[in-house]
Design a protein around this ligand. Structure first.
Ligand SMILES: Nc1ncnc2c1ncn2[C@@H]1O[C@H](COP(=O)(O)OP(=O)(O)OP(=O)(O)O)[C@@H](O)[C@H]1O
Ligand SMILES: [Mg+2]
Length: 352
């Protein structure tokens, strides 16, 4: 059991930085998701924490212990690698026991630890099967059992669900979360899928080109994105560009004045982010300040729970509006080319 601290950790390959000045503290029992586009340094970060890749600079601690120069086998990390390959010629039980043998744990003890790990991932009856006789989700759970059987201080998961279909991803994700919180394991979960990160993590670290763009709870990152990159990466965003006029007033490109909550940003806002589900159709109610704009419906896309209306605003900007499909007939009344008024409250204009 351990906290993980990274202090200005770098990884250089040639002239370029794969990881650039990364500082982060992960609490005991916390599940932190590292998200970001391909090549942003997620795997490199995990490998440095595990001791599989040497940091070029900076310090890595588990609790107060400096592990920066410790070899992997002295760090006690459980890892599920990207792609998670199990040993195909070994049974499930032997796959899980592998790490225990490396640690020279006696056979009878190892056997009971393997049984315990299999029970945790609910695969008690599969011990003697080979990986090819398992479904993708079952193989994934074996990989997880193999990582936790050594009772790691920290659990490192690199895209553990990437091989699974959408429904199974959610199931196994829920299972990982349940297991991680019942064992109170400090865990880093790497994914490039922002929805997965939002759905599983206590906190999210958004990375871009080796650097951290924002760290926060899923709600923080969604409702208070630090910049355009984060707003774009986490959830769907409409961007309204223009100029901050001070006092919570923002002028868009067409010269219209929009409202936002000025205390949500320290400097001047460069743009307003509006989430598609926060935009209402029709004229704004009188009495409270609202942002109200006119536009024309350009596309209508049915998405199951919601319908996406893409509007070309008279100001020249495009916005996506999501409306619930809960009320029969409501969304069906709209037609392409139709003029519409939309509105949203100042609190839904997120300044960046
Ligand atoms: N051994 C290496 N030698 C040189 N460059 C490397 C090496 N390993 C990684 N890199 C580079 O470091 C950067 C970060 O790679 P990394 O594997 O950490 O990305 P990632 O965020 O895990 O991406 P993905 O989502 O595709 O798995 C990339 O530009 C990659 O090309
Ligand atoms: Mg990777």
């Amino acid at each position: 059991m351990a906290t993980i601290t990274l202090e200005r950790v770098d990884k250089k390959y040639g002239a370029g930085f794969a990881v650039d000045g990364l500082s982060l503290r992960i609490e005991q029992g916390e599940l932190v998701a590292l998200v970001g586009p391909s090549g942003c340094g997620k795997t490199t970060t995990l490998r440095m924490i595990a001791g599989l890749t040497e940091a070029s600079d900076g310090v890595i601690r588990f609790d107060d212990r400096d592990v920066t120069n410790l070899p992997t086998y002295r760090r006690n990390t459980g890892i599920v690698f990207q792609g998670y390959a199990l040993f195909p010629h070994m049974t499930v039980a032997d796959n899980i026991a592998f790490g225990l043998q490396m640690r020279r744990i006696k056979r009878p003890d190892a056997a009971s630890l393997v049984r315990e790990a299999l029970a945790l991932v609910q695969l008690e009856d599969y011990a003697e099967r080979y990986p090819r006789q398992l479904s993708g989700g079952q193989q994934q759970r074996v990989a997880l059992a193999r990582a936790i059987v050594i009772k790691p201080d920290v659990l490192l998961l690199d895209e553990p669900l990437s091989a699974l279909d959408a429904k199974l991803r959610v199931e196994v994700r829920t299972e990982i979360r349940r297991l991680q919180s019942s064992l109170n394991l400090t865990t880093i979960f790497v994914t490039h899928d922002q929805e997965e990160a939002v759905g599983i993590a206590d906190r999210i670290v958004v990375m871009n080109a080796g650097k951290v763009e924002q760290v926060g709870t899923p709600r923080d990152v969604y409702e208070r994105p630090a910049n355009r990159f984060v707003a774009n990466f986490i959830g769907l965003s409409n961007f309204i560009t223009g100029r901050d006029e001070g006092g919570g007033y923002f002028r868009n490109q067409a010269g219209q004045l929009l409202r936002f909550e000025a205390d949500r940003i320290s400097g001047p806002a460069e743009a307003l982010v509006v989430r598609p589900e926060m935009i209402e159709l029709g004229a704004a109610p009188s009495g409270s300040p609202h942002n109200e704009l006119e536009g024309t419906i350009d596309t209508i896309t049915y998405l199951g729970a919601v319908t996406d209306l893409e509007l070309l605003l008279d100001s020249g900007e495009r916005v996506h509006v999501h409306r619930s499909n809960r009320t029969p007939g409501y969304v069906e009344q709209f037609r392409r080319g139709e003029k519409l008024t939309v509105h949203w409250p100042p609190s839904a204009s997120l300044p960046i």
